[in-house]
Ligand binder design. Structure first.
Ligand SMILES: [Zn+2]
Length: 264
């Protein structure tokens, strides 16, 4: 039998918590590292539906990308969603571990998974830091394509609707920068590194306006859309490592997550 700490140690090897932003809140948020772990579930966000599914499926440990506990908590009651989720996790003896900006930044983390999903070639870090880590990635498409056709491709690959673009439909693009989640503030870095287009989520009107007067194009594939690969890719890693170490471990990727902002 393994315990949560065994999986947490592996997560730390891949995505050191020292890479997380100071304002972030990562690591073990609910439960105990010494509790037995037979089943681990990965998800992007611990919603009430995700917590309910975890309880029904006898999950021992949830690993999520978004912190459940972020703003200071004054109480854990059933009057709000965070309180209900914590209450449910504790009741069902489910621990919660969070890897957020450390997984965004780490080599082999979420931004690499996003770049791989889009089949980018020669991928490097968009905003390099001292080590191999940093926000965003930049690579190139095998051949040039129009901005409109790239946007369509992004929608298909990431399985999302309502992809929006900044720039002319017919502009040819090949050098592609990506940043999962909210990465539109990286547009000057994308431009400086010679990207033709930046694919990210949460693009604001005034950012779009600023970018539209440059040679850079932008694709807003949504915060959810650019991070949706999280659960399955992390589950794959845990599954492989579990097999390698012969852990008696069941790994589940929570598949029922949807974008709370729907396209109509
Ligand atoms: Zn996010």
């Amino acid at each position: 039998m393994i315990v949560a700490a065994d999986i947490i140690a592996y997560m730390e090897e891949l995505f050191p918590q020292s890479l997380a932003e100071e304002w972030d809140n990562v690591g073990l948020q609910v439960g105990s590292a010494s509790s037995p772990c037979r089943t681990v579930m990965t998800c992007l966000t611990v919603t009430e539906a995700a917590a309910e599914y975890a309880a029904e499926t006898s999950v021992d440990l949830i690993i999520s990308h978004h912190p459940l506990i972020f703003a200071p908590l004054k109480r854990v009651t059933l009057d709000n969603s965070v309180g209900r989720i914590i209450y449910s996790l504790v009741t069902h003896r489910i621990s919660l571990f969070v890897g957020h900006t450390n997984i965004d930044r780490a080599e082999g983390g979420l931004n690499d998974w996003l770049a791989e999903s889009l089949h980018l070639l020669d991928v490097g870090v968009l905003e390099p830091e001292l080590d191999e880590s940093g926000y965003g990635r930049i690579g190139r498409l095998q051949s040039k394509m129009t901005l409109a056709s790239l946007a369509k491709y992004v929608g298909e690959v990431l399985g999302i609707q309502g992809v929006r673009i900044v720039g002319p439909n017919d502009r040819l693009v090949q050098a592609v920068a990506v940043c999962s989640g909210s990465g539109s503030h990286l547009w000057p870095a994308a431009l400086a590194q010679g990207a033709d287009v930046l694919i990210t989520g949460d693009v604001k009107y005034h950012t779009a306006l600023d970018v539209s007067s440059t040679s850079l194009a932008m694709i807003d594939a949504g915060h959810f859309g650019t991070e949706a690969v999280f659960a399955s890719r992390l589950a794959d890693l845990l599954e492989e490592e579990g097999k390698r170490r012969q852990w008696p471990l069941r790994v589940i990727a929570y598949e029922a997550e949807t974008d709370p902002m729907a396209a109509v």
